[in-house]
Design a binder for this molecule. Structure first.
Ligand code: ZN
Ligand code: ZN
Length: 357
């Protein structure tokens, strides 16, 4: 079954006769297109992919399951989209309410006068959670590059090297493998490692720093996302206690994931384990997220999540502890939900590393 077939089934179940798919991650999932501008219009019996002249050749190569066409100046994208929707004889059409801006909606509404246009539920990102073999292979390849990158970057870690040097080396390594970076890496050390999403700075590594590196590769449109924290120079008992408790939470949460289990319950488990050492108060974000065409794909592991694990989903598991004025630890792996548990896709070692070794 193609992803177009899966979307049509979901549209029929949701009572949506036609849909504009414009979120680039959704477009990639639906059509295979990886360019910077493309929109698919899908109805029960027809589908159209449109792009502009900049991506016309690429669309010809990548879009296999539906006809494609393109426009160029002086025609604009909104006019062209409206023309195609009218040609398809559509009377009512939904758009992806979660990703279309209000300004965009107003432009489409003007051009589609006479056709009912409404915000539809996010069908594609829900469908996207369960991956096919080709998608899993691409995430696997992206995880392999992330693992190789972690091994590579260790040789650079020593007192005096800046966070920025490490950041640059991570990016360079990933790109050298022919991949893209999935997101700008996070490289934070010492007290700065208490910033879960801090940016690399000119700060130099010092003995006794926690150093957290969070990065991922993107291979043919699919992402990996890994975090490792190491200690620079010399680890104290406090470093070890915090690190080992985060590690215990991460390992036990990964072991708890299997089909039918609620994501919210695994998030709670992480907090229970961290609280054995009074550390849950320092864990402010959710335990993990869906991973795929986007780094933060559909699916959240947090207290209010309604997600239930299913085979074929890919999740990150990333407990962290961030103590202001001291530093922080996060350990993150990517896991594929299988029939009876998970397969861990990122394979970098997790025992506390003190570098240089
Ligand atoms: Zn991450
Ligand atoms: Zn993540």
């Amino acid at each position: 079954m193609t992803n177009l077939d899966r979307l049509r089934i979901a549209m029929a179940e949701a009572g949506i006769p036609a849909l504009i798919v414009s979120d680039l991650g959704s477009v990639n999932w639906l059509t295979g297109f990886t360019g910077t501008f493309g929109i698919a219009v899908v109805s029960g019996d027809a589908a159209q992919f449109i792009t502009d002249s900049r991506s016309a050749i690429q669309a010809g190569e990548q879009v296999k399951d539906m006809p494609h066409s393109w426009f160029q100046s002086p025609v604009n994208g909104d006019e062209y989209l409206a023309q195609k929707i009218k040609e398809m004889g559509i009377q009512r059409i939904g758009f992806e309410g979660a990703s279309v801006t209000y300004a965009n909606f107003e432009r489409w509404r003007d051009k589609l006068a006479g056709i009912e246009l409404y915000g539809a539920p996010d069908l594609v990102s829900d469908l996207r959670m369960v991956k096919n073999e080709s998608e899993i292979d691409r995430v696997r390849a992206a995880c392999g590059i992330a693992d190789a990158c972690f091994e590579h970057v260790q040789r650079l870690i020593q007192p005096g090297v800046t966070e920025y040097d490490i950041n640059l080396d991570i990016e360079f390594f990933i790109r050298r493998q022919g991949a893209e970076i999935a997101f700008p890496p996070i490289v934070v050390s010492g007290e700065r490692s208490a910033r879960p999403h801090g940016k690399a700075s000119e700060k130099k590594l010092e003995v006794g720093d926690f150093l957290t590196m969070d990065f991922g590769a993107k291979v043919e449109g699919y992402c990996s996302d890994i975090t490792r924290t190491v200690v620079v120079g010399e680890a104290t008992d406090r470093h070890r206690e915090i690190y080992n408790q985060v590690l215990k939470a991460e390992v036990e949460c990964i072991n708890a994931i299997k089909p039918g289990v609620r994501a919210a319950d695994v998030d709670t488990l992480a907090r229970t384990i961290l609280d054995e050492k009074g550390l849950a108060q320092y864990f402010g974000h959710g335990l993990g997220h869906g991973l795929g065409a986007l780094v933060h794909d559909a699916g959240r592991m947090n207290k209010t999540s309604q997600n239930v694990f299913e085979p074929g989903q890919i999740w990150t598991v990333e407990p962290g502890v961030y103590i202001p004025g001291f530093g922080g630890v996060r350990i993150e792996d990517d896991v594929l939900v299988t029939e009876n548990g998970v397969e861990i896709l990122t394979k970098s070692p997790k025992d506390l590393l003190v570098l240089p070794a």
